[in-house]
Design a protein around this ligand. Structure first.
Ligand SMILES: [Zn+2]
Length: 448
């Protein structure tokens, strides 16, 4: 073994070491295993250089080649290989919808009957209300050109290929969507404003944020338990088409929140024959009798120290939780219930009282308005919007004053021990574990 610290002079390129990288130990006998990566790096560099030179040559050839009888407006054109024989040209058109196809074919010199037949033939495979990409293969013909082939595709890469049959009609082969789903992971920390603004800052699509907050609303009181600097994570699935473009809305798969006192991580899963729901890592449903946050938690202010009842001493008598959020923020039924009261009531402002299946009651004060149909006797489902945040009655600013009553007595909503949700078993648990692992692997792969 040569001394690793001493750079010995050698004419064998396998022993050359880049400046500043430190010496690589070399076996005295030559042909050292440690030197092999250097060799590979060198061949790779030569390979890349050759590739770049070749690409440059191709680009030069294309620039200097004759332009061909093509090209106008937004259409991109290129000569087909073998164009000298058939003189075919290809044009790519981007259309606002399938209904523009016939006119686009006409504009590119295709005869009226042929254009109508080709558009008609592909109509069934194209979406009416989304962008269509059409690739036309044209051959010169008397008075214009002949359509030798039409490839038309939707944003999800589904579509159709039409080829002339010889009798004026077209044969069509349909292409199924070529989508694959990608899991995207975003992480962030609570800012001084709201969960909503923190999530937007972390790059979470705003269409996902209310659901994100709702998935965590069983475990956290967003007004009192979530603070500046608390860490959260979201994973969502996005469908991608063959050209790498996102298609359709993203779907939330995972929500996690870590505060000073507790952590919660929930996975979306649809049990066989059931509805999509949220489960913890062990497959236990997170749904409880009551949500801790009965408002759109994403918009609850987390401004530390901000309180709506500035009178000293009042907090001691305060029987509920105040959720500060802008006027109009949705208020949800904390659990399945029957409406007992929904009307103005003095200093309470617009008040709703719900009676839940276990006999508990929840009170919602100072609302801006009630949702239609929220009246005594009406049944409401957990998470259903029953009203809006307001500042009616004796209130110093927009907020929901929320109370939980057990046996007629107001209790601290944070102190309630609610029963645990049911746990998946058997094949449903096996399927859940598979989905959880799929999400976790993506999360691990996007660590940081
Ligand atoms: Zn209050």
């Amino acid at each position: 073994m040569a001394d690793a610290g001493g750079a010995s002079l050698s004419y064998d390129p396998r022993t050359w070491v880049p400046a500043g990288s430190g010496a690589v130990p070399i076996d005295a006998g030559g042909a050292p295993a440690a030197a092999a990566p250097q060799w590979r790096k060198l061949s790779l560099a030569i390979g890349v250089a050759l590739l770049v030179a070749f690409a440059g040559f191709i680009a030069w050839r294309q620039r200097t080649a004759p332009a061909g009888a093509t090209g106008s407006g937004s259409a991109a054109s290129a000569a087909e290989p073998g164009a000298s024989k058939t003189r075919q040209t290809r044009r790519t058109l981007v259309l606002a919808g399938a209904s523009e196809l016939r006119a686009a074919l006409l504009a590119n010199g295709v005869g009226a009957a042929e254009a109508a037949a080709a558009a008609q033939a592909t109509q069934g495979a194209l979406k009416a209300d989304s962008e269509v990409r059409a690739v036309l293969t044209l051959e010169p013909a008397a008075g214009g050109c002949r359509l030798a082939r039409l490839e038309a595709s939707n944003p999800d890469s589904s579509g159709a290929v039409a080829t002339p049959r010889g009798d004026g009609g077209f044969d069509v082969s349909k292409v199924a969507p070529q989508l694959h789903a990608r899991i995207v992971v975003k992480r962030g920390r609570m800012d001084a404003d709201s969960f909503y603004s923190s999530a937007v800052a972390a790059g979470i699509s705003d269409s996902l944020i209310p659901e994100f907050a709702k998935a965590l609303a069983f475990d956290f009181d967003f007004q009192r338990e979530v603070k500046l600097g608390d860490a959260f994570e979201a994973a969502f699935e996005q469908e991608i088409n063959a050209s790498g473009q996102p298609v359709g809305a993203p779907r939330l798969l995972y929500a996690e929140l870590n505060t000073a006192n507790k952590s919660s991580a929930v996975y979306r899963f649809t049990p066989p024959g059931g509805k999509p729901d949220w489960f913890d890592a062990s497959g236990r449903s997170i749904v409880r009798a009551l949500m801790r946050t009965p408002v759109d938690g994403a918009r609850v202010s987390s401004k530390f120290g901000f309180r709506l009842h500035p009178v000293l001493g009042f907090m001691k008598l305060h029987k509920g939780t105040d959720f500060a959020a802008p006027i109009g923020t949705p208020i949800f039924a904390a659990g399945n219930a029957v409406v007992e009261w929904a009307a103005m009531k003095g200093p309470n402002g617009n008040l709703t009282i719900l009676r839940h299946e276990n006999g508990w009651q929840t009170y919602y004060l100072h609302q801006n308005r009630f949702m239609p149909g929220i009246a005594p006797g009406a049944h409401v489902a957990q998470g259903q919007q029953i009203g809006e945040i307001g500042t009616t009655g004796r209130s110093t600013g927009p907020h929901l004053h929320y109370e939980v009553h057990i046996a007629g007595e107001a209790v601290d909503p944070l102190g309630i021990q609610t029963e645990q949700g049911s746990t998946l078993t058997g094949p449903a648990l096996v399927a859940f574990a598979k989905e959880r692992d799929r999400i976790d692997v993506s999360r691990a792969g996007q660590a940081g």
